[in-house]
Design a protein around this ligand. Structure first.
Ligand code: NAD
Ligand code: TYD
Length: 341
């Protein structure tokens, strides 16, 4: 691959991946194609803005005409699709845009791969498509039992990728990763929300009993896995990308507070998320057989992440004081506080 179209490249994982590719492959060109929704942010890419190998196009993955134009103009030979509506809480309030972008948009990209015979598309999916896993770990062949409009939309996209591979032979690889954390993550997701709240001594709203379990993967380890899939994944295959690092939300929160030297009294138990999945857990033996494993120890990576938000207030303060707050006030102003300060 020489000319990579990175859709959703102005978001959290996408922008980390753009940095990864430009650092690793001197001969590659990257074209970031992003709608710049509330979650898309060119600040995430400002340090590569002058790189001659980078270009940016503002566009919607649902816009087939523009996608085709960009693919032709930039002689794109591969696509990595990060573009999606991604926040479960928002999907509960407003599912329509999730169905539109995550399912229809993915179909538009698959059409472009088919029409222009691109060499590969990597589609970034999530462990959430398996639904809540009470015991054991999900393998790639498990049934999909998504429970939120977000995960149902992501499952729809995965199935569309599968169908395009089986029906038309489209060369697409799917990755299903666990919860990511790291720099440039929009501060509505739990890790950056809790770090930035704690920095300002604001309460950390923990949903329900705080015992839901997530597997925490450092974003740069995820980028390594996507790189491997781009170059060595098998067409039509799905690869789980997990870190075997399962924590309850309470354990995660305690660790963040401890690293920051902040008191546990900042924890505020609030009303649970409707349909809140209890646990996700991935069996990642398939990608590990290809040589991938997470290189970053969890606590070190979390400490580095805390440091990044501490040192980069310029990045998140304007987000939290803008659209973010009014959205949350409108939608969640009424979330009931159960206990805590
Ligand atoms: P994000 O919300 O930070 O970024 C999404 C990006 O997509 C934004 O830049 C946004 O502007 C762009 N976008 C949204 N709709 C678009 C559209 N219609 N056309 C073009 N661009 C559009 O998300 P993220 O956390 O970086 O997640 C990236 C991908 O990884 C998503 O597909 C998500 O489902 C998947 N994923 C995320 C996690 C996680 O923990 N964050 C875990 C596993 C998988
Ligand atoms: P989130 O970061 O939204 O990711 P996802 O829902 O995709 O896993 O949430 C991670 C976990 O943290 C999830 O179990 C919900 C919980 N959570 C809270 O307890 N409080 C919060 O304010 C948020 C945003 C999430």
């Amino acid at each position: 691959m020489e000319n990579l179209l990175i859709t959703g490249g102005a978001g959290f994982i996408g922008s980390n991946f753009v940095h990864h590719i430009l650092d690793r492959y001197p001969d590659y060109k990257v074209i970031v194609y992003d709608k710049l929704t509330y979650a898309g942010n060119l600040d995430n890419l400002q340090d590569v803005a002058d790189d001659r190998r980078y270009s940016f196009v503002r566009g919607d993955i649902c816009d087939m005409g523009l996608v085709e134009e960009v693919v032709q103009e930039h002689k794109v030979d591969g696509i990595v699709n990060f573009a999606a509506e991604t926040h479960v809480d928002r999907s509960i309030v407003e599912p329509g845009s999730f169905i539109q972008t995550d399912v229809y948009g993915t179909h538009v990209l698959l059409e472009a791969v088919r029409k222009f015979s691109l060499r590969r598309m990597v589609h970034i999916s999530t462990d959430e498509v398996y639904g809540s896993v009470v015991e054991g770990s999900s393998v790639e062949s498990d049934n999909l039992r998504p429970n939120s409009p977000y995960s149902a939309s992501k499952a729809g996209a995965d199935l569309m990728c599968r169908a395009y591979h089986v029906t038309y032979g489209v060369p697409v690889v799917i990755t299903r990763a666990s919860n990511n954390f790291g720099a440039y993550q929009y501060p509505e997701k739990v890790v950056p929300l809790f770090i930035t709240n704690a920095l300002d001594d604001k309460p950390l709203p923990l949903y329900g009993d705080g015992l839901n379990v997530r597997d925490w993967l450092y974003v740069l380890d995820h980028c390594e896995a996507i790189d491997l899939m781009l170059h060595e994944g098998q067409d039509g295959e799905i690869y789980n990308v997990g870190s075997n690092n399962e924590l309850t939300n309470l354990e995660l929160t305690d660790t963040i507070l401890e690293l920051m030297g902040k008191p546990q009294s900042l924890i505020q138990f609030v009303e649970d998320r409707p349909g809140h999945d209890r646990r996700y857990s991935l069996d990642s033996a398939k990608i590990r057989h290809l040589g991938w494993r997470p290189k970053h120890a969890f606590e070190n990576a979390l400490e580095g992440t805390v440091r990044w938000y501490t040192e980069n207030r310029w990045w998140w303060e304007k987000i939290k004081s803008g659209a973010y707050d009014s959205y949350y006030e409108r939608q969640y102003g009424t979330r009931q506080v159960l206990t805590g300060s």
